[in-house]
Design a protein around this ligand. Structure first.
Ligand SMILES: NC(=O)C1=CN([C@@H]2O[C@H](COP(=O)(O)OP(=O)(O)OC[C@H]3O[C@@H](n4cnc5c(N)ncnc54)[C@H](O)[C@@H]3O)[C@@H](O)[C@H]2O)C=CC1
Ligand SMILES: O=C(O)C(=O)Cc1ccc(O)cc1
Length: 362
């Protein structure tokens, strides 16, 4: 029997629990300091068992996941140093920053207990166990930060366990992780929040700002609705990286100020062109619950209304389409639509339906 202990059964801890629960010979135990939360985890059947006792949670555990806010993970590692743990036990966390947690983890050096930092790079703006789903990590990167003292066998055992999340495991140095994730996740959250707050300030004197805010504003500010406590911890923890990134951000903005001041249309156009090029080279969105798992391709004649026709055909048969994309230039195949479905059965139905009138392939 493999026992998995989870501290902090919220969005991430709960989603991990759902990935592991019900697997052969696995028991998942959840911990909370709050008896009402313990009851909630049991009632929602996210874990096999829940308790307020730390000793009971970790007793005989093969894996311990710390899924609480970043500022608390160090304390948990400290407490675990004094609790009886099973020899060979692997302790890991899911915090969004890694350098300081890896440092705290290195103090857990006890005979036969190994700490390996982790960060599943998938999430949502929503938090709490209510938002947990076993699909959260599918196709997302899951970073692990073993150090030179981590036995290969311990790393392999954790990576093997995490296969149940269907995430893509990536080994990274904790400092490199914080630099890159600071740039692609923490900095954008700061920018989104600053932008929303700037517009909220203008809106105080004229509510048309809110009324007229449209698609572009929504797109760039979605992540401004993220959990304030979680983000407080992340930004405080990744201080030195973020200060450098924000200085660089000031330089980018100063560049725009200069170009606008001097009427440098060519410079502005080039900035948009450069961004466009890099953005279209980004890997496809693949995480969260709204990603697509099952894609089919349809050759389509080039006439207006074709997308509407196909979407209506599928809708009439109650086939749920998650995404539709026009692929303009696939080698030798002009006019191709990619249809994405979150359920295999819907993809199969769509294939059957569309192949009557179109060339369809998987
Ligand atoms: N939300 C996201 O998109 C992602 C979050 N993370 C990381 O995962 C960790 C958990 O985040 P979420 O699951 O989103 O948060 P959450 O709020 O959904 O869950 C946090 C859990 O920790 C418990 N908790 C809160 N404060 C505590 C404290 N002081 N002591 C003990 N337990 C406490 C809560 O009761 C809850 O069960 C954080 O370290 C975060 O940085 C990592 C990847 C994505
Ligand atoms: O919803 C989004 O776009 C996110 O950025 C989610 C997210 C938040 C925190 C993480 O450490 C990893 C992923």
């Amino acid at each position: 029997m493999i026992k998995i202990a989870i501290f902090g059964v919220g969005l991430i801890g709960g989603s991990l629990a759902l990935c592991f629960k019900g697997k052969p010979d696995v028991t998942v135990v959840g911990h909370s300091n709050n008896p009402a939360s313990v009851e909630k985890y049991m009632k929602r059947e996210v874990v096999d068992y829940a308790t307020t006792s730390m000793e009971e949670t970790v007793r005989d555990a093969d894996f311990i996941f710390l899924c609480t806010p970043v500022s608390t993970i160090g304390e948990y590692l400290h407490i675990l140093s004094d609790l009886p743990l099973k020899p060979g036990c692997i302790v890991t966390d899911v915090g969004s920053t890694k350098a300081s947690i890896a440092e705290s983890g290195s103090h857990l050096r006890r005979k036969d207990v190994y700490f390996i930092g982790g960060h599943p790079m998938a999430g949502k703006e929503k938090s709490g166990v209510e938002a947990a789903t076993s699909l959260l990590f599918e196709n997302a990167f899951y970073v692990l930060t073993p150090d030179s003292g981590t036995p290969e066998d311990a790393y392999e055992r954790l990576a093997k366990l995490l296969e149940w999340t269907k995430a893509r495991i990536l080994k990274l140095d904790p400092k490199l992780h914080d630099g890159i994730v600071g740039a692609i996740s923490h900095l954008p959250h700061i920018i989104a929040v600053a932008l929303v707050n700037q517009i909220a300030r203008y809106n105080e004197s004229n509510e048309l700002y809110r009324d007229l805010a449209a698609g572009g504003f929504h797109d760039i500010t979605r992540i401004a609705s993220s959990d304030p406590v979680m983000w407080r911890d992340i930004l405080v923890d990744n201080k030195s990286v973020l200060l450098e990134l924000l200085k660089d951000w000031n330089t980018e903005i100063a560049g725009f100020i200069d170009m606008i001041e001097s009427g440098d249309g060519i410079g502005i156009e080039q900035a948009f062109q450069k961004a466009n090029g890099f953005r279209s080279s980004l890997p496809e969105r693949r995480k969260g619950v709204i990603h697509s798992f099952y894609d089919i391709y349809v050759d389509v004649p080039d006439h207006p209304g074709i997308i509407g026709q196909i979407a209506t055909l599928l809708g009439n048969c109650r086939i749920n389409l998650s995404n539709i994309q026009i692929i303009e230039s696939r080698e030798d195949i002009p006019g191709v639509l990619r249809l994405s479905f979150s359920e295999e059965s819907h993809m199969d139905k769509a294939l059957e339906l569309l192949k009557k009138d179109y060339a369809v392939y998987v």
